[in-house]
Design a protein around this ligand. Sequence first.
Ligand code: 26M
Length: 821
Amino acid sequence: TNLSAAPQPQLTVPQFKESVLKHLHSTLGTYEEKASQQAWNQAIAAAINEFVYDGVSRTRKTHAGKGTRAVHYLSLEFLMGRLMSNNLQNLGLYEIADAAMTDLGQSLSDILEEEPDMALGNGGLGRLAACFIDSMATLSLPAIGYGIHYEHGLFRQEFYKGRQVERPDEWREFGSSWEICRPESQQTVKLYGYVETVYEQGQSRKVWRPSRTLRAIPWDIPIVGYGGQNVNILRLWESRADKFFDWDVFNSGGYLDAYAESVQAETVSKVLYPNDETEAGKELRLIQQYFFSAASIADVMRRYKSAHGNDLSKFAELNAMQLNDTHPAIAIPELMRILVDEEGFTWHDAWTMTRATFAYTNHTLLPEALERWPLKLIEKVLPRHMEIIFEINSRFLQDEVEAKWPGDDAVKRKLSIIEEGSAQMVRMGNLSAVGSHTVNGVAQIHSELVKKDLFPELNALWPTKFTNVTNGITPRRWMKACNPRLSSLIEKHVDADWPRYLEKLSGLKALADDAAFQKDYMAVKQANKEDFVKVIRELTGIEVSADAIFDVQIKRLHEYKRQHLNLLHIMALYRRLLIDPNYDLHPRVFIFGAKAAPGYRLAKEIIFAINKVAEKINNDVRINNKLKVVFLPNYRVSLAEKLIPASDVSEQISLAGKEASGTGNMKLALNGAITIGTMDGANIEIAEEAGTDNVVIFGMEVDDVEALLAKGYQPADYYRSNDELKAVLDWLDGDFFTPGEPGLLSEVKRNLIESDSFMVLADFEAYSEAQKKIDTLYRDKKAWARAAIMNTASLAKFNSDRSIQDYAENIWHIKAVPAKS
Ligand code: 26M
């Protein structure tokens, strides 16, 4: 295979035009003069799909019956965004399509805007899954993504009087061009009921008698690898009522009751839970987790048996399953149930196979995010699974923990999968770690903390189980497709296959001090910023200058990510300008994008505070446009693709030890933004790769945080001893930002002075100094350009192809199987 060049288009401009028109006429039933933008979009998708479907079949045939080991990536979330430009890029068809549409009097870029985002995820974890399936296809790995076909993805965010309002996401209102329904592969999923012990021939076995069943209908989304050689599948399950459940009720005149039950069944895949980093404990969420885990395992079983018959002895040899956090952890007892109850394996053999199959990725250390389910709830919804979890636990405690720490009840209590207390709870992290052969964190520091703080005893018990795979991002979407200007500049200087071999960008290092290259590079940034000025105007009505520094914080709203640290610093700058109108500051636009979980009060208060401060600052003529604050509504993948190429400064300011990795930090740095960040997550590795001169690091490190905590953190001390900090906090109490309504922002202040769980006040001064360094560096045009170029040139490590190669070699033990042409 020739991966040394960019993907070669399989057809010409006239052929592409012909194909689009054919689909416009005979697939969409319309014609050139009448077609809406949406119809054009669908016709282009249909033209693309001719190649995609061919790739799906070729890839399938290559794997069919081959006995190739495959990985199954189980995730409640896949934050795909839009697929059209990505598919065009990966098939090498982008320029062809662009020219064809121009010939037809249409604008491809306008038509691309018609596509709704597929927002089937919350944030980092879901977007990581999306980058990973792109890389798995690109590396020709036999891999399937499994998830849920939510009818509504993450809510659409609006602001009303500065406050977040959630509206339903309607990504599929008129169908989706990319999915193929596969009713022939549907599965049945059981729920509730009881467990019976059946005695036959002097033996007893357990039989689960469920009282409800659901149908799981698969929708396949083809995932085109870069170059288009392999096309993998993302299989998303939709829940439906069991076909025959309603006949009796229906016949006896209970039509409405029957209908109500089908509505209930369809609720399971209705909506994505909008929490991230907080565990909710709702029954429907547990059913979602089980529904897609059970359907996926049944699907893997069906495929195995159709290739190898009923002898399951090679099951673990041929199938790897990756748990994207603990959300699909119920798959562990589900596989045990199938092997023991349905396939007649001994517990010992089933457990050996199960452990050889699963691996688990941890994405967070925050205690409030660690999933725990009430034992009573699991017992009610999945009675047989609860028994199996008990059995897993007692064998683990008796055989493994007791052998290592004889008679130590304290360690047993700590490691037990069951947490004792007034309400017993099932610890899904412990279940995942016990039931997997490998557990990984998502950045070096995070993986160390998983060993040291989260599972120290398990690490002592199984020293080789714990490992690190640093996260990555796909350079196809996060450079080639989203930043065409920088991509063409890059292509003048390095090989055309850089989107596959990102280390080739290191060729740009030699040009970091080259005046002509610096000029070209910064001209790209300026043009991207000028484009984004228009986006800001359209979305918010705010006027900003492309000559200002674009300072960007884009991520879910969470206290540990410290958007309020950014806010306090903005207020301090504003205050300095009011005190001294000549205060020396390069004009800056602070840009935020963030959704808050709908039930997360303080996060929503922080959004409100930023919006109110923004309103005041943006309309204050005294500061002469030196400061603007923009909170973009409805931040999502497609908006990130426009903003990231236009960013100068990347805000990565979490409290050290709290951000597992971050991936926005990688996207921004690759596109030439300078990081201002703490020694946390992947920031540390970014600084290592880009060079510490080319990032601005500040604040407490993990050890400092621990020491301060041990000493007793008193946020009020910082409030009292720093006049500027005191002044901006007190500002929140009055009505300066909320005219006529004093105290509307007090909750943010009160929380910081009285609790400040993430030590915002302790890091304020260091952050403020770091921001001065940013200002100084930006004024030195050459130094800034150099640092930005060094970032772009040094980020190869964060290619998600590298992450996936790590998983493939060290965890999944799978090899590439390129599809035959
Ligand atoms: C939990 C309960 C109920 C409903 C939803 C959840 C839930 C959903 C998503 C909990 C956590 C979720 O995601 C956590 C997450 O996104 N973690 C991030 O993962 C990224 C990829 O590894 C890292 O880069 C981020 O640092 C980490 O915060």
